[in-house]
Design a protein around this ligand. Structure first.
Ligand SMILES: [Zn+2]
Length: 237
C-alpha cells in the first residue's frame, strides 16, 4: 500500500487543491492513500479536510492543522477532530511564529496528541524555528508520539536531522521536496524504517515527487516501507 504522508487540501492565496484533484493525481501516480490537512496560513480551517473527505473518503486519512497560539481552543479543536476520526496533526512553527522546541507552548497539544494516539508532522526545513534539536526535544519528552520531520532538515541541517532520527526511535524523516541524493543518504544512514514519503502537494509535480523516492530506494522491500509501510504501521492500518 502506497501512502502519501503530506498533502494540503483547500484554498489559500496562490494555491488550491480539492479532494477530487488530489485523488486524480494519486491515481495517475499509483498512490493508494494520502494524509491530508489544510494549507496552514492565516484563517485556515480543518473543515476543508472534511469537504475533501466527502469527495473521496476511501482515499484520504484526515489530519488537522493546529496553531498553538490559540491556546485552549486548539486543544478543543484537537479533541473535536479526533472524535471524528482524525489521525494526525500538522504543525508549522515558521508560519505560525513559534519555536518548535517551545515545550511550554506545545505541551497542551502534545499531551492531548499522546492521549488520543495521534501522529504529529511538523515543518522541518532547517528554518531557525524548526531545527532538528527542537524535534529531538519533543521526541525526548513525548517518545510515545510518532513525530515526522517534514523536509528532513534539508539542506543546512540534514546531518543533524539524521543524528536526531538515529537517536530517537519515535522521530522519522519525511522526504517531501528532499532531493534524491539526500534521501539516499538518510536511507543508508538510518535504514528505510526511519524514512517516510510525502509529496507536499499541491506544491509539486505529484507523479515526479513519488517517482523520485521510489526510484531512489534500491530494493522493493525498502520502497514499500518508505512509501507506505512505515506510515501504515504508525497508523495501525
Ligand atoms: Zn506542506
Amino acid at each position: 500500500m502506497i501512502i502519501d504522508s503530506h498533502s494540503h487540501i483547500g484554498t489559500r492565496i496562490g494555491s488550491h487543491q480539492t479532494g477530487a484533484e488530489l485523488a486524480d493525481r494519486m491515481d495517475a501516480a499509483g498512490v493508494d492513500l494520502a494524509c491530508i490537512f489544510p494549507h496552514v496560513e492565516a484563517g485556515f480551517s480543518n473543515d476543508e479536510v472534511d469537504v475533501a473527505m466527502t469527495e473521496r473518503p476511501d482515499r484520504f486519512i484526515p489530519f488537522m492543522a493546529l496553531n498553538p497560539w490559540v491556546g485552549r481552543s486548539a486543544v478543543e479543536e484537537l479533541h473535536r477532530r479526533a472524535d471524528r476520526g482524525y489521525r494526525g496533526i500538522k504543525l508549522h512553527p515558521t508560519i505560525h511564529g513559534y519555536n518548535l522546541g517551545d515545550l511550554a507552548l506545545l505541551a497542551p497539544i502534545l499531551d492531548a496528541a499522546r492521549e488520543r494516539a495521534l501522529i504529529v508532522i511538523a515543518h522541518g526545513a532547517s528554518d531557525v524555528l524548526n531545527a532538528p534539536p527542537a524535534f529531538a526535544k519533543i521526541a525526548r519528552a513525548y517518545p510515545e508520539v510518532p513525530l515526522l520531520m517534514a523536509h528532513s532538515g534539508v539542506f543546512q541541517m540534514h546531518e543533524e536531522a539524521i543524528e536526531a532520527a538515529r537517536e530517537h526511535p519515535s522521530l522519522y524523516l519525511e522526504c517531501a521536496r528532499v532531493p534524491a541524493y539526500e534521501i539516499s543518504v538518510q536511507i543508508r544512514e538510518l535504514g528505510p524504517e526511519k524514512v517516510v514519503w510525502g509529496s507536499d502537494s499541491p506544491f509539486c509535480d505529484y507523479t515526479w515527487e513519488y517517482q523520485k523516492v521510489s526510484r531512489t530506494v534500491d530494493s522493493e522491500e525498502a520502497r514499500l516501507l518508505v512509501c507506505g509501510g512505515n506510515l501504515a504501521r504508525l497508523l495501525g492500518l
